[in-house]
Design a protein around this ligand. Sequence first.
Ligand SMILES: [Zn+2]
Length: 470
Amino acid sequence: MRRIRSKVLLAAAVVAATTLATAGCTSDRDDRSEFRPGAADARDPYVPGRGNGGYDVSGYRLRVRYDPATDRLTGRATVTATATGNLSRLNLDLIGMDVSGVTVSGAAARHRRDGSELVITPPRGLPRGTGFTVEVDYAGVPTAVPDGELGSGGFLHTADGAIALGQPESAATWFPVNDHPSDKATYDIEVTVPDGLAALSNGVPGERSSTGGWTTWRWAERAPMASYLTTLVIGDYRVETGTHAGRPMVTAVPASLPATGPEAASLARTGEIADFLASRFGPYPFDSYGGIVVTDSRIGYALETQSRPVYGPGFFSGGRPNPSVVVHELAHQWFGDSVSLASWQDIWLNEGFATYAEWLWTEHDGGRTAQRAFELRHAVTDWSQPAVDPGRAAMFGDGVYQRGALAVHALRRTVGDETFFRLLSGWTEERRGGVASTADFAGYAERVAARPLRPLLDAWLAGGVAPALP
Ligand SMILES: [Zn+2]
């Protein structure tokens, strides 16, 4: 995620999340049985109510049809999962939408709604370790998720289609999901839209077919993906499909924009920038590349949606290409997408590295060095803002982005370039496709560097005073 700097709204008040964190977790537990309901909440204080417990999803198969004329989406989601306890009941997150039927491993299941939860009771308990599938038929007019700081996320109806996008919440507005990055899964996405519109999503493009005035676009993301990294962009787009490094590259810009404008010119550097980042972070982690530019002014940010980031219009308003935002979102493919957060409090692991990647790119591109960027930023940093657990309202603040990048460079200065880059590529390889915490990273860094580094990282990430320059 990168915000458009000029649009930062410091006045935005975000409701403190913690008071809601435990709501609804333990209500109707059935003590007569060894089978228990799964938790209705991943208990992440930054996203109260989101995520669920009791099972682990391995894959989503989504088949959705969207009609821009009515803003109505009809979907069938097939969720493949494994019970992590003896489950009598389980929840999926789903915001709005009407559910018409649910089956669990082929058998009709009882279901009810509880706010943004879909509560499913299978005909029989699911023993721990059992694989099962949940199929949900649903339909409705999907909704946006307002966020005072970032504009809108969730599902946005646009002039020519729709955009489903947002961090930390968006996926549950268009499909039933365990909506927390700690439960990553593969995705097969089929989107049916009126002929003539594009329907873009994550991963490798599949076969496209048309019938009766509707076209189905198919996408497959085989690497585990966090739910907030899914996207759906529907509309009148100029789609370019090619290859880079033997993998599909799909980029799209609105047809209303010039084919040679700053948006297209920025996306055209995707392969070159991904290769540069691979030279620093290790091999590119996914089976496809790409990027999507949108023109809807409600998207006041760019987001690292997996293998195909989405860029809001503000990054190109200067009329010139903007490679640095491409660098930032592509750096997230390693830091955030392939290696994901176990909890939102550790978001500096995403944003610190993505910001640092911009410093590396600027130096590579002949601009100021990373060392100079470090010194300049050190001089203006507000050390009262921590990078770790900054609070929900500050999760996209300078404390996360800039102190995160400062900590990364301080680590580099301390361990030396050879160890530092070996550490980064080793980390992205060891944790590829998984999740990690700040403690995991610190422990890994200490192992690779064979020296204590926690005090250093603590000081740079969370200390209340400016650390001395290393
Ligand atoms: Zn970011």
